[in-house]
Design a protein around this ligand. Structure first.
Ligand code: PRP
Ligand code: URA
Length: 209
């Protein structure tokens, strides 16, 4: 079984507390999602392999570390995953970006796909799937399956808030996928919203409600 990691760094916990507040407006919400995603990226890449390379400083020759191994890719789940992209690209500028478009049918809560475009070399990359919310897990599980169907084998899922139900669904459908979250909440309500959660992440990011 892959890992479930709750990234409980004090800065992440503090910023999550502000993000959740009902009075936090879209501008601050976007900024916080960006900042938390950057802190999560830092933690999520902690074990990347390094190799030695010889360089010359203005003073002397020396050996420094350079990230080795496979290149990275990021795949936001549209729409809300877009809020996490800039932070990842700021820290990993060589990452390529794919997109999976899904929305959750409000009646059935099942994911409906409307777009999927990945980098041509996605199978050679380690892919981070981004979505602020892991609720029933239907969207993340379907997105991961699309990505696997394109030949990708190394996938991690980064979410700001997860419900236990969503974690269980992804672990059951994709036991090979690591799940990294900033908070693990209590439960889902009758409408499939995470409790206490933060409401609708896409609407809060883009001001659509
Ligand atoms: C939200 C969220 C996830 C999904 C989570 O997207 O960003 O993609 O719901 O729910 P699930 O785990 O039960 O599938 P939404 O469907 O609201 O679309 P949006 O990002 O376009 O607002
Ligand atoms: N999608 C959201 O944006 N929020 C939730 O709580 C559940 C699904």
């Amino acid at each position: 079984m892959a890992i479930l990691k709750v990234m409980d760094h004090p800065l992440i916990q503090h910023k999550m507390g502000v993000l959740r507040r009902v009075e936090t407006g879209s501008k601050e919400f976007r900024e916080l999602v960006n900042e938390i995603s950057m802190l999560m990226c830092y933690e999520a890449t902690r074990n990347l392999p390094l190799m030695d390379v010889e360089i010359e400083t203005p003073v002397a020759k020396t050996t420094v570390k350079q990230i080795a191994g496979r290149t990275l890719g990021i795949v936001p789940i549209l729409r809300a995953g877009l809020g996490m992209v800039d932070a990842m690209l700021n820290l990993i500028p060589t990452a390529k970006v794919g997109h999976v478009g899904l929305y959750r049918d409000p009646e059935t809560l099942n994911p409906v796909e409307y777009y999927c475009k990945l980098p041509y070399d996605a199978p050679e990359r380690d892919i981070f799937v981004l979505d602020p919310m892991l609720a029933t897990g239907g969207s993340a599980s379907a997105a991961i399956q699309f990505i696997k169907d394109k030949g990708v084998e190394s996938i991690s899922l980064l979410c700001l808030i997860a419900a236990p139900e969503g974690v269980a669904r992804v672990q059951k459908d994709h036991p090979d996928v690591d799940i990294l979250v900033a908070a693990l909440d209590e439960k889902l309500n009758d409408h499939g919203y995470i409790v206490p959660g933060l409401g609708d992440a896409g609407d809060r990011l883009f001001g659509t409600k």
